[in-house]
Design a protein around this ligand. Structure first.
Ligand code: FAD
Length: 436
């Protein structure tokens, strides 16, 4: 029998949820998945621990999406009213997945096993009576004369009254998400906001940055500026001349943990800011101004330096800085001094006013020229997708094609790091499942 009331295409977070909810409402549901297993990205997520959601209420999720783009937060009101972060946690708790909140607000399963999250979703799907077809990619789609849909896979033709597309975006294409949904939606007359990588590492050619690979700093404030960094000073070990960013040059600002890598920068703050780099017409014209001590003003930092240098006059500046900032790895201190053109073995008492000024610029507004991002291959999400104005946010139904519903990352939605993306995928899917 190749007719179903509802067919859901793509068994990721959104597809598993939408199919379950529709089937629990008594619909006869088929869930199609191109991979041989469902929920590949759930298993990869959060370093295989799955950051399910964020410890906040629906207003907190909306505020985080509004920070990305106002329209994104506004779009999510009904979906989050249908399934809030608390509702989502109650869903998993009822399936036996205990959760914990980590400092910063990320919510994970207590077991630290993403597989527990996926198993819970699959258990609930099986109980709902929805059928799951694995290793069966949707390859063709058209609107039938009945107002329903005809779907083609390599082995059969299927038809349904209502169709839910949850095929995700284009990020990590190796996991099955190759942007298939965009082509079908375009064919059906929809507008696709050009997809671009988000939550992806940032690249730079600056040698000293790459040399610091492996070093993490828990709190850095980043300002993305639409202004090239002044030419690197040949005497500064590849460092660059830095100036505080003018307000008019500011493209984006983020704060959080920061990791140096062999290609540039990763960790939450660089990942969050990457959507603004991939969305810029000339990413290589951008620079990232890094404040490595965001809890201190420049004046406070300089005052602390003066005290540290004068009370350790005979010691090298490197030793004084290590005393003053014991939390900073030695290699980072060395690089920041080099970027200030100050020799690490200079006696503290001999540091001039202009050298102190250069040091404070290196610590408080160190401009790193951006060369680009690591792209879709390493992107946790896709920014862009089905234009939100073409979807009724109270049902997730297309405004262009009746009986067509869309949920998850295929929509023009991309949240910051911290569990927001799964929350949006589950909430939009819940609402679609309730509406079909
Ligand atoms: C490495 C990594 C870590 C992440 N960690 C987190 C995290 O901890 N917390 C968080 O909130 N978010 C995280 N994300 C983002 C999160 O995984 C996504 O936002 C979420 O999976 C989107 O769900 P979705 O169901 O819309 O799409 P997906 O999960 O991408 O699912 C889409 C499904 O559709 C299938 N499909 C595609 N084309 C077809 C076709 N033609 N026919 C049939 N099936 C098809 C795909 O195979 C896939 O199974 C992470 C992403 C990555 C890549």
């Amino acid at each position: 029998m190749n007719h179903f009331e509802v067919i859901v295409v793509g068994a990721g977070a959104a597809g598993l949820m939408a199919a379950t909810v529709a089937a629990e409402r008594g619909k006869q549901v088929l869930l199609l998945e191109k991979n041989r297993r469902a929920g590949t990205k759930i298993l990869m997520s959060g370093g295989t621990r799955c950051n399910i959601t964020h410890a906040t209420d629906r207003k907190g999720i909306i505020a985080a999406y509004r920070m990305q783009e106002r329209k994104q937060g506004d779009f999510l009101h009904s979906a989050l009213a249908a399934l809030s972060p608390d509702d989502l946690l109650a869903f998993f708790h009822a399936e036996g997945v205990a959760t914990k909140t980590e400092p910063g607000g990320k919510v994970f399963p207590v077991s630290n096993q993403a597989s527990d999250v996926l198993e819970a979703l699959l258990e609930r799907l099986y109980r709902s009576g929805a059928k799951l077809a694995l290793g069966e990619a949707l390859s063709d789609l058209r609107v039938a004369d009945t107002g329903g849909f005809e779907l083609g896979t390599a082995s059969r033709t299927l038809c349904c009254d209502k169709l839910v597309l949850t095929t995700g975006g284009k990020s990590y294409p190796g996991s099955g998400t190759t942007g298939d949904g965009y082509a079908w939606l375009k064919k059906l007359g929809h507008k696709i906001v050009p997809p671009r990588p988000a939550l992806t590492p940032v690249t730079t050619n600056l040698e000293w940055v790459r040399e610091l690979k492996g070093i993490t700093i828990p709190d850095v404030s980043l300002t993305l500026a639409d202004s090239p960094v002044r030419a690197a000073n040949p005497n500064s070990g590849g460092g660059s001349k830095n100036l505080p960013v003018r307000k008019s040059d500011r493209v984006d600002e983020r704060r959080g943990s920061f990791l140096f890598t062999h290609f540039g920068l990763s960790g939450p703050a660089p990942l969050d800011i990457s959507r603004s780099i991939s969305g810029h017409a000339k990413p290589a014209a951008l620079s990232l101004s890094c404040d490595f001590l965001p809890n201190q003003s420049t004046d406070e930092f300089q005052k602390q330096c003066r005290t540290a240098l004068s009370s350790n006059g005979k010691k090298s500046i490197m030793a004084s800085m290590q005393n003053m900032l014991p939390q900073f790895p030695k290699r980072l201190l060395e690089s920041l001094l080099a970027a200030s053109d100050v020799a690490g073995d200079l006696r503290s008492a001999e540091v001039s006013k202009s050298q102190l000024q250069a040091i404070s610029v290196a610590f408080k507004s160190n401009a790193i020229p951006v060369s680009g991002t690591r792209g879709f291959k390493k992107a946790e999400v896709t920014a862009g997708g089905l234009s939100l104005v073409e979807v009724d946010s109270s049902t997730m139904q297309s405004r262009m094609v009746p009986n067509l519903f869309i949920a998850g990352e295929l929509l023009d939605l991309d949240g910051p790091i911290g569990g927001y993306n799964f929350q949006a995928a589950f909430s939009t899917a819940w609402l679609a499942g309730m509406s079909v």
